[in-house]
Design a protein around this ligand. Structure first.
Ligand code: BGC
Length: 743
């Protein structure tokens, strides 16, 4: 035995010597890191260890029920290693000082915050950002958010939210990248990279957190926190890939989801946390609960009491307790009763300490705390410019009858109408973080700053409620204007957490207001501000042009004006389907065919009173110019190694513009039924008017892989179709046969 281990050591030693210099450096750094972590762990008492597993909110900015306010004493006693909702250099310094100057071991605190789409400078809501399909811009938005958050003393963000959402009733659809797994995975990587940069110890980066693990977006009936019951095949093929992508991008932490998954709350779910996250994906970062999600296993009916819940959560691999105080209260006794073991506690503490080392907090616990930097970076002009650019890129042109947009010099008088036209608050969205209304430029303000137009502003009605007393003035303004810009939508708190809606049409009397204005005959540009796909079937007939502007953030106003007057040609494409009616939900592009696909006959899969098609499908969005796709060609008709798909794209309209070229695959017959098509690649490209380019995509067996009924990840031999075009209904198509090389 001894001989074998000596041999092993020599072999490892030799192997290590032969490694390229960089790899060797990495191995040395990681060994050094582990040694540092162990050197702290060995000094810790059990109470101090449990303290590191505790994360509590400051009483400053609460995102849920606060469970305690005596956190300063807890820090002092080494019982609280992590805090969230505390920011500004002055405040964080005060708390960090207690940790590193008044505690026995001087272990620095992690400061977390929900920096979801900006810290002070607010970017568009993540669903909006995803509609840009611009990974560089999305990464940059996360980068800027990290810079401002870090300058404010924060070193950990509870983002990105990478939940796939196929139900627009679910309010949290606004926090993610929409309904598609491939796009969601690419965006997950971009956001993690943006937040964390290349080096966590850089004081302008923050640790990211992939949430909510897992399948939170599959809540039954779109009701928040509701039950999730899906097959493991669907879990692995649809919901997990963005999380895996986040791990591959080096994300530092994971957050549990509130939901149960097939009968077991995610917080105590061995399959998710032990088998998939740790064993299959090799994740070594922190796993934190969602807000009191351990405690919630009692009402779930999965734990007898909180102590029991703590035992199950911890044994499943949940390491840090966010706001539940369950580990704080029961961990010691659970250990004494041998319900949990010290090795697992040590492992959990090590995972947390390691991140504190990687963030550089042990070298300098005040490294994020520099008042000058804070002053300089918060709302820096280049951040506002980035937010404006991201906002323009997020907007989706849904309709443009008779090329009403862009507005030209003939427009002298504008009637700006609607409950969202003047707002500085709603446009920041539900996760406004530390964003400030007063720093926001509303659509009204941006229009007033525009030269050579006269703006007549009338609110017309509120977002909710039945009051129509403002209609008359709105109609009067519309009558005497060259164009009406009508800003309708939701309030910010109608999406986000605990904000599911059973009716996702425009609330209140907003549609009635639109109908009254239509009667004036003045052309109407409908600007929508909302946090989810809406059912706007009627409105889509009535308005002459429609821009989906989402909640576009601090620079919403100028960005919308840029798009309306063509200083920016819209290029956004929807990342979540807009249904025609609520009864169609769930509706998403990559569904299955069924044995009775819809046709004229009665006994086929359809509604008696509604079409099957979406109002606006996934991937859809217009431009001021037009694009033509032709000449779809494949390098092989049968392949095993790789395939080149090429297509010719021409800008056939009158403007330079960008197009998101999308490639979808369909496996015609599989060992399990396969979606009608799935996004596998895309490119966003700028073409001058009149320009034509040939685009090439390379496909490999990787692009065909999925989990089969035995949960094997495989690519199957057989016939496939490839579609390329400007949305998920693209009909330019070619066929190929795939035959794996091994056969
Ligand atoms: C949300 C999380 C968030 C946490 C902390 C919870 O209610 O579900 O997404 O990170 O609160 O604010």
């Amino acid at each position: 035995m001894k001989k074998i281990s000596i041999l092993l050591i020599i072999t490892i030693g030799l192997f290590a010597c032969n490694k390229p210099e960089n790899q060797q450096k990495e191995i040395d750094a990681s060994a050094h890191l582990e040694k540092s972590v162990d050197s702290v762990l060995v000094l810790m008492t059990l109470d101090e260890k449990i303290g590191q597993l505790n994360l509590l909110t400051s009483d400053w900015d609460v995102t849920g029920p606060t469970m305690r306010s005596d956190y300063e004493d807890l820090i002092r006693n080494g019982q609280l290693g992590n805090i969230f909702n505390a920011f500004t250099v002055a405040y964080v310094r005060k708390l960090q000082k207690i940790a590193v100057e008044e505690t026995r071991l001087k272990i620095p605190i992690l400061f977390g915050y929900d920096v979801i789409h900006g810290h002070k400078t607010i970017f568009p809501i993540p669903l909006g950002e995803s509609a840009s399909w611009d990974l560089k811009a999305i990464e940059n938005a996360a980068r800027v958010s990290a810079i401002e958050a870090a300058a404010s003393g924060i070193n950990w963000t509870f983002a990105p939210m990478v939940d796939i959402a196929r139900d627009p009733r679910w309010g949290r659809i606004m926090e993610g990248a929409g309904e598609d797994t491939y796009l969601g995975s690419e965006i997950a990587k971009a956001r993690v990279k943006g937040f964390q940069g290349d080096d966590l110890s850089d004081p302008l980066t923050v640790m990211a957190c992939a949430k909510h693990f897992a399948a939170y977006g599959a809540a039954q009936a779109g009701r928040d926190y509701h039950t999730v019951d899906i097959s493991e095949i669907t879990l692995r093929n649809v919901y997990l890939p963005p999380f895996k992508a986040a791990v591959q991008a080096g994300v530092g932490s994971f957050m549990n989801s509130f939901n149960e998954l097939n009968g077991i709350p995610a917080t105590a779910n061995h399959l998710l946390l032990k088998k998939i996250l740790r064993q299959e994906w090799g994740f070594t970062g922190i796993v934190v609960t969602d807000y009191t999600s351990i405690n919630e296993m009692v009402p779930h009916g999965y734990a007898v009491d909180e102590k029991h819940a703590g035992e199950m959560a911890f044994n499943a691999g949940t390491e840090m307790d966010l706001q539940g105080s369950v580990y704080h209260t029961y961990m010691k006794v659970l250990l004494a009763e041998n319900k949990i073991n010290i090795e697992d506690i040590d492992m959990a503490v090590k995972n947390i300490l390691r991140k504190k080392f990687e963030l550089g907090l042990f070298d300098n616990p005040y490294k994020y705390l520099d008042e000058e930097r804070e002053k300089k970076l918060i709302y820096a002009p280049e951040h506002l410019e980035a937010a404006r650019d991201m906002a323009r890129k997020s907007m989706v042109l849904l309709k443009n009858e008779k090329q009403l947009l862009p507005l030209g010099e003939n427009i002298k008088k504008v009637a700006l109408i609607g409950p969202l036209a003047g707002t500085k608050k709603e446009v920041l969205g539900a996760w406004r973080a530390a964003g400030d209304d007063n720093k926001t430029t509303s659509l009204l303000e941006a229009l007033q700053q525009k030269n050579n137009i006269k703006v007549d502003y009338v609110k017309g009605c509120e977002i909710v409620g039945n009051d129509k007393s403002g209609f008359n003035n709105a109609v009067k303004a519309a009558k005497s204007a060259d164009v009406v810009i009508l800003a309708l939508g939701e309030s910010a708190d109608m999406s986000g957490e605990a904000a599911s809606r059973a009716d996702i049409s425009l609330p209140g009397v907003q549609t009635d207001l639109l109908k009254e204005i239509v009667k004036t005959g003045t052309p109407i540009v409908l600007v929508l501000m909302n946090g989810r796909p809406l059912v706007i079937t009627e409105e889509s007939e009535l308005a002459n042009a429609i821009i989906e502007a989402w909640f576009a953030g601090t620079m919403a106003g100028p960005a919308i004006v840029d798009v309306l007057w063509g200083d920016y040609t819209p290029s956004g494409k929807l990342t979540a389907t807009f249904p025609r009616s609520i009864g169609q939900i769930p509706i998403f592009y990559n569904m299955k065919n069924t044995g009775r696909p819809m046709n004229e006959g009665k006994y086929t899969s359809k509604y008696l009173d509604e079409k099957n098609e979406a109002l606006y499908p996934f991937g859809y969005g217009l431009s001021y110019t037009s694009f033509e796709y032709k000449n779809l060609q494949l390098s092989e008709s049968q392949w095993s190694d790789s395939l080149i798909v090429s297509v010719e794209l021409s800008n056939t309209g009158n403007f330079d513009g960008e197009e998101v070229v999308q490639l979808y695959l369909h496996q015609k017959v599989g060992s399990i039924t396969r979606p009608v098509r799935e996004l596998k690649a895309f490119k966003k490209i700028m073409l001058k008017k009149g320009e034509t380019q040939t685009l090439k995509f390379k496909l490999t067996a990787n692009d065909l892989m999925f989990y089969n009924a035995k949960l094997e990840y495989i690519a199957e031999d057989g016939n496939y179709e490839v579609f390329v075009g400007g949305n998920s209904m693209a009909d330019l198509k070619a066929d190929f046969i795939f035959k794996s090389a091994s056969k």
